[in-house]
Design a protein around this ligand. Sequence first.
Ligand SMILES: C[S@@+](CC[C@H](N)C(=O)[O-])C[C@H]1O[C@@H](n2cnc3c(N)ncnc32)[C@H](O)[C@@H]1O
Length: 243
Amino acid sequence: MKDDHLSYERMDADPHEKKLFIRQLFDAVVPTYDVLNRVLSLGIDQTWRRAAIRNLSPLSGKRVIDLCCGTGDLSRLLRKRGAVTLSIDFSRKMILKGLNKKALSGLAAVADASFLPYQNSFFNGAAIAFGIRNIPDIGPFLKEVRRVLAPGGRFVILELVRPENPIVNSIYKVYLHGLLPLAGRLVSGDKTAYRYLAETIATFIDPADLSFLLTAYGFEDVRIHRKTFGIAAVISCKKGEPS
Ligand SMILES: C[S@@+](CC[C@H](N)C(=O)[O-])C[C@H]1O[C@@H](n2cnc3c(N)ncnc32)[C@H](O)[C@@H]1O
């Protein structure tokens, strides 16, 4: 991606414009996305994904949507545990990579997470890994997830967050603003992408605020589990049953 073409620093608040930029950015990092994920997280990303989907157990026979599925690592884990998984991402290139490496099944669609092409109450569970901090129109997104979930269905969010402990946070900042963009640039050749990803971690709302938001959009039983010195969080909640 050319750095001067579309800079996130120049983006205005228009969610549509932002999404065009974000999709272009993820399209650009597809070839190196998986390897960088493993290296930059020291391989812990898969452990976090497994921990996240435990919140949807039992999975056998459940219909689960993987939102912002990328190359399909979460979808593959969900299917391994017996779920029927439908996966969506707005980057066609991510989906194609996921299909090629057989992490995604044929049940994958190119779609915006805030406009889901599924009927009301279609899913027994919903999951999003490392995707929510990229969604500018978070209100419409949460409304849409709740719409497609069946009553009683759980929604689980896995996201990178800022550690609460000030010492860990100082060390993490060095990683986030130094090592991450540098390694990202060297491996992917993309100046902007990993700087943007670091910036979204530094600025996204913290898990407590996200859980308030979930409650405001009608989700219940919100639980937060921090992982690995607090640098990742699994937030789970459910769509209540009608009273
Ligand atoms: C950091 S990747 C995470 C991919 C995958 N979930 C994983 O665990 O590796 C974020 C993904 O979200 C997708 N994405 C971002 N905003 C989206 C939106 N509004 N609708 C659909 N996909 C979106 C991107 O294309 C990208 O593939």
